[in-house]
Design a protein around this ligand. Sequence first.
Ligand SMILES: Cc1cc2nc3c(=O)[nH]c(=O)nc-3n(C[C@H](O)[C@H](O)[C@H](O)COP(=O)(O)OP(=O)(O)OC[C@H]3O[C@@H](n4cnc5c(N)ncnc54)[C@H](O)[C@@H]3O)c2cc1C
Length: 428
Amino acid sequence: MGGLATALALAKHGFRHIDVFESASNLGFVGAGIQLAPNMARILDRLGVWKDIEREAVQLRDTTIRQGSTDEVLGHVDLAYVEATYKYPHMVGHRSSLAESMYDGCKREKAVNFFWSTAASDVQSFGPKPSFTAIPRKGGEPYTVQCDVLFAADGVKSVIRDQMLRLKNVNAKIIDTGQAAYRIMLRREELENDPELLELIEKDSVTRWIGEKRHIIAYPVSNKQIYNLSTTQPDVNFAAAPSATYTTKGSKPEMMQVFGDYCPKIRRMLDLVPDGEVCEWKLRVHEPLPFWVCEQTALVGDACHPTLPHLAQGAAQAIEDGAVIAVVLSKLPEITPQAINKALRVYEKVRMQRAYALVEMAAASGRAMHLGEGAAKAERDRQFAALKNGKGPVPDKWADADVQKVIYGTDVMQVAEEDFDSIYASLE
Ligand SMILES: Cc1cc2nc3c(=O)[nH]c(=O)nc-3n(C[C@H](O)[C@H](O)[C@H](O)COP(=O)(O)OP(=O)(O)OC[C@H]3O[C@@H](n4cnc5c(N)ncnc54)[C@H](O)[C@@H]3O)c2cc1C
């Protein structure tokens, strides 16, 4: 997401030679839904790809938070005001539609070249002319790539981040969140004979069923042809696994057991997942980094601010990174390695505090969703109940109007445009 957005944004800002190296042979694992928040939509619209995504996406009218065990409504938030306030509605879509639309946008740009099945490996130099070893995965000799600016959008397991941290003697680590996620997509025809499930896919709504240490979030995608579920539960399967393992085929009986005390409607949906097709993801984050830039190399997206998914902002924040990078580089007063480094540090200044604030908010929202019996849960449920009588804080933070004001109400491209000169001038 971050790599595609950066390439597309740079091309749209007039950069003429952008090479994208991707270790996978194609767009990769995209079998999941994704929330398309207005701050993401605004940028994608400017990059000319939002209309394609919007065509298949589902516009949300509301969100309901329910007790997982009983299906009882705890809280409800009408989301109609989002479009009126931020010019873009809150939508949900298929990850492949987001990735493919950005990829198609890149393909329309002569400047962007893709090198599939090619992994970026050892960084030989972070600048003034960054260079790294590219390893073709389908045969062929490794070769050196040299460039003016290098962006590492290589995800939570970023190898370039690790090399950058080693060079600078910084000891920041991957954090095990203790949480894992099942990701499930049910086809409309699988739900059609069950009126309760059909009702779910028909609604323009996000539903979150919560319980102690676990929840399920679900919404329709692909013009309501698919119902997407994403769960969070304590990680028991990955805890002892080698650190390279981030996804695995999960066990269906285990999944049924994890949500065994959830309401029958949920269990009927989980039961529709064929044996052998349960997919479980490990949810990991990384300690905040003191810097994202080294010489003429910068980190992007999950490589520098991986997050828990509870605020639905990970991809949106990676896309914000790409958009800000294009703005700051297009404002370079001179084309020298020093100027490039300073512009990248403007990117870091515009983005870092915001990205890390949202990482923390996502974790806090997860903690609130996963509370067990006690005073804190009683207060949370009182806040949910109070929503029936008007506005108030929403413990499920992505749906909270004040949180949305911070996330959707900030146009990071505009901030970068407006603040570039003063931040640039303040840097040595
Ligand atoms: C359960 C779950 C639900 C989520 N829901 C949402 C949501 O609703 N909304 C939202 O905005 N975000 C969501 N996210 C977060 C979002 O998926 C990530 O934050 C986003 O994909 C990060 O983008 P990225 O480009 O930084 O990294 P990735 O998407 O991980 O991309 C990294 C890419 O780099 C490639 N790569 C890795 N190493 C190398 C290498 N050495 N050389 C070349 N290529 C390499 C990988 O193959 C991959 O294609 C969710 C995440 C999870 C786990």
